[in-house]
Design a binder for this molecule. Structure first.
Ligand SMILES: [Zn+2]
Length: 408
């Protein structure tokens, strides 16, 4: 039986509105959006009944009323970056708990990374996971496929038959593809199939050096009996701090610096390779000023290119295509290369140089307050396209074991 639902006394927010209002839903689909203050259910119902009458429903049509009490009603969010730990690490999370968390957070779609056990390295496996997720009837899941087979860093043969309807994004997240040549091959295949490459930009070699420093710091943190946040209940650092704190802070600084440079370098490389491959890239968890600058530059260049393309198309007629020179010029200005990027809530919400987060370890590391403001400004300016969570649960045991230097 067809039923109706009227959500009234709501605060409606989407890209086109930020206003008080009510929503009439018939048979699970939005039929009408009323703007204005509908604090009384009776008034809201009278408005809704006019629409229902137009649709041929009589006054007995079952209409449920829901008072939103001025809470915000928005379209569901999309998370471009989650780790659901399925398959293989379900002690951390499984599809059901991950998608329940997503639905509870207001997410209608999530994109899951492939660093599972085994690694998701085939279209068949990704589609099987998507089918299992769909059967749960919670949030929609898009499963990414790895850029290299089983993260082996060399083989991209599995990328020949991607279908962007089911696999719109591929990624090596958790690591980068160290070889530029292999990355270029993967991007070319992605471009051929019109699939977006989500890049975890991190120079693998600098990152090994950084993890060495982090390991020394972690050992020191254990010795000093610090919490998993790196805070201490035993020592008041304003006075009588043991000298180990200096060493600890110094090691963390060295690690952070190397990881920042690892991000800068590979963001620039991946953008350059994407341009060569004429591929669409999405830069994951942007956290450094250098990465942000590289993205700004790439986006400005793309904008300039698109404007030139529009000009050429506006002045090109069908007959011009018979003219080789004009056709060639149009061809020159047609390309697929595009750049989008994301920032995480923790990189815009927390600063690594402010207590109590000075020693909190995440990858990429938290940056200083100034960089944090730049990231927020980039969201405001539209340089950063989306906020993604990088939701990546671990068990408490893993964290207690001090494995954080290598956890992704
Ligand atoms: Zn990542």
């Amino acid at each position: 039986m067809i039923k109706g639902l009227l959500i009234y006394n709501a605060h409606l927010v989407d890209e086109s509105m930020d206003t008080a209002g009510a929503i009439l839903i018939i048979d699970g689909k939005i039929r009408f959006v009323f703007q204005g203050y509908f604090t009384s259910g009776k008034t809201a119902e009278q408005m809704a009944r006019i629409i229902l009458k137009e649709d041929g429903f009589d006054e007995n049509f079952p209409l449920e009323l829901f008072n939103a009490n001025n809470l915000i009603v928005t379209p569901a969010f999309i998370d471009m970056h989650v780790h659901l730990r399925y398959p293989g690490q379900t002690q951390k999370e499984d599809l059901e708990s991950g998608l329940k968390a997503a639905a509870a957070g207001g997410y209608g779609t999530v994109v899951a990374m492939p660093n599972t056990n085994p690694v998701v390295s085939s279209v068949e496996m990704a589609m099987q996971i998507e089918r299992e997720a769909a059967a749960l009837g919670l949030t929609q899941l898009f499963q990414t496929v790895s850029l290299t087979k089983d993260f082996n860093g060399t083989d991209v043969s599995h990328l020949d038959f991607l279908d962007n309807k089911y696999i719109p994004v591929i990624s090596e997240d958790g690591r980068d593809v160290a070889s530029s040549s292999v990355m270029l091959q993967a991007m070319k295949k992605a471009a051929d199939n019109n699939v977006i490459v989500s890049c975890h930009c991190e120079d693998a070699f600098l990152s090994v050096d950084a993890k060495g420093h982090r390991q020394i710091a972690l050992d020191m943190m254990k010795k000093l009996e610090l919490t998993s946040w790196g805070t201490s209940s035993k020592y008041d650092c304003d006075d009588n701090c043991p000298s180990e704190f200096d060493i600890l802070n110094d090691e963390l600084c060295k690690a952070d610096f190397l990881l920042e440079k690892a991000e800068d370098l590979m963001t620039e490389r991946n953008l350059e390779l994407a341009k060569m491959a004429d591929c669409k890239v999405h830069i994951a968890h942007v956290s450094s000023k250098g990465a942000l600058e590289a993205i700004k530059k790439a986006k400005a260049e793309i904008k300039q290119f698109n404007e030139a393309h529009d000009l050429v198309s506006a002045t090109t007629t069908y007959y011009d295509f018979l003219n080789d020179e004009k056709a060639e010029s149009f061809e020159k200005y047609s390309r697929n290369y595009n750049v989008t990027c994301e920032v995480t809530p923790h990189h815009i919400g927390l600063a690594g140089d402010e207590a109590p987060f000075n020693r909190a370890l995440v990858n990429p590391p938290l940056k200083d307050r100034n960089t944090r403001y730049e990231l927020i400004k980039a969201v405001q300016d539209g340089i950063i396209d989306v906020i993604s969570t990088d939701h990546a649960p671990h068990t408490l045991e893993d964290k207690k074991m001090g494995l954080r230097a290598s956890l992704v």
